[in-house]
Design a binder for this molecule. Structure first.
Ligand code: TXA
Ligand code: MG
Length: 319
């Protein structure tokens, strides 16, 4: 790592120790980070994001952290998933250790943990030597940031330091698996799929909406409208897209189109492959949101398990 990067990491650690916020890149999206054990610093995250205080945060851990220091119980499935996928885009929900402030998880007795797979995030976590609580670095309900410029557009100078790690490789938030209630439950789909989890744990995880046990998890990723552009958006099948576009234009509306493979009208075309599509999706939504359109039309991607995380985010973006 260069001397310049070293100096930035040192500065970031100083800020975190002083209870300030630091925006950091991860492989999924950028996070708005604070010392996970400092309640005053955690309060800054909620205030800046405009996030309700009962919406829990994810704690990012250094790769050598002991899960027992953060969770009261560490089931074998958690060890297996961590060994298989960390560092990586997988968040595990476990029962929160008593030393971790309840504010991190919005008062719940569980805690979300992950080790992110990004060299700058890992360097920061190693240097800090403890957990960094970080939600996505966007205003509550808005599209997650996948570049440092997106974070700046959300918060301007209100964040004292934004570490620039380039565009995020995955582009969609981590898969969240709840292991605190017996059977693994996927609370938010992501790059790591249900089949990956089943292969490692030997148990097919339930989907959040199929789960009928225990209190409803307060995961903001589960809100119907979330990850949303400000411009009203519609999901439309490819075959119906030209017709719907003509119809809206006939009403005098300016329409931006997020198409697959080939651009249509004014807009952007994304790759017809789920990983590439997911990587670019949020940047494309932001670009269209800034394009002065009255309405956005989003071409429905193909069906199938590989597209699940993309479908989940698009459904919420148009809700
Ligand atoms: O990829 C990611 O997960 C990114 C990067 C920065 O790591 N983070 C992220 O954080 O997406 P956030 O706060 O925007 O979304 C975290 C999700 C929320 O839906 C939250 O409610 C859920 O995790 N969550 C956190 N702790 C939880 C808990 N104890 N029980 C249930 N859901 C929880
Ligand atoms: Mg978020």
């Amino acid at each position: 790592m260069s001397g310049e990067t070293d100096a930035l990491i040192t500065r970031a650690v100083e800020l975190l120790r002083a209870g300030q916020l630091v925006a950091l890149p991860t492989e999924t999206v950028y996070g708005l980070g604070a010392d996970a054990l400092n309640p005053a610093a955690l309060a800054r995250i909620f205030a800046l994001k405009g996030r309700p205080a009962d919406h829990p945060l994810i704690v990012h851990l250094p790769p050598d952290a002991a899960l027992e220091d953060w969770a009261r119980e560490v089931p074998a499935s958690a060890r297996a998933l961590a060994a298989a996928f960390w560092p990586g885009p997988l968040t595990l929900i476990l029962r929160r250790h008593a030393r971790v402030p309840a504010a991190v998880s919005g008062g719940q007795d569980t805690l979300a943990l992950r080790v992110p797979d990004h060299p700058l995030a890992l360097a920061l976590l190693r240097a800090f030597g403890s957990g960094i609580a970080a939600p996505s670095a966007n205003r509550f309900g808005h599209v997650s940031p996948t570049t440092a410029a997106h974070v700046r557009a959300e918060f301007g100078d209100a964040v004292p330091l934004i570490l620039d790690g380039g565009p995020c490789r995955v582009g969609l938030e981590s898969t969240i698996v709840d292991l605190s209630r017996g059977v693994p439950v996927v609370l938010r789909p992501g790059a790591i799929g249900a089949a990956d989890i089943a292969r490692v744990t030997g148990v097919a995880p339930h989907a959040a909406d199929a789960d009928r046990h225990g209190p409803a998890p307060r995961a903001s990723g589960l809100l119907a409208r979330h990850y949303a552009p400000r411009t009203p958006a519609e999901l439309v099948d490819g075959a119906a897209l030209p017709g719907r576009l003509a119809q809206l234009k006939a009403q005098g509306l300016r329409v931006g189109v997020l198409a697959l493979r080939r651009p249509l009208g004014d807009g952007i075309a994304l790759d017809d492959e789920p990983a590439a599509y997911g990587q670019r999706l949020y940047a494309a939504l932001r670009e269209l949101d800034g394009g002065g359109f009255d309405r956005l039309l989003i071409e429905t991607p193909p069906p199938g398990e590989a597209w699940r995380a993309v479908h989940d985010r698009l459904r919420r973006a148009v809700a």
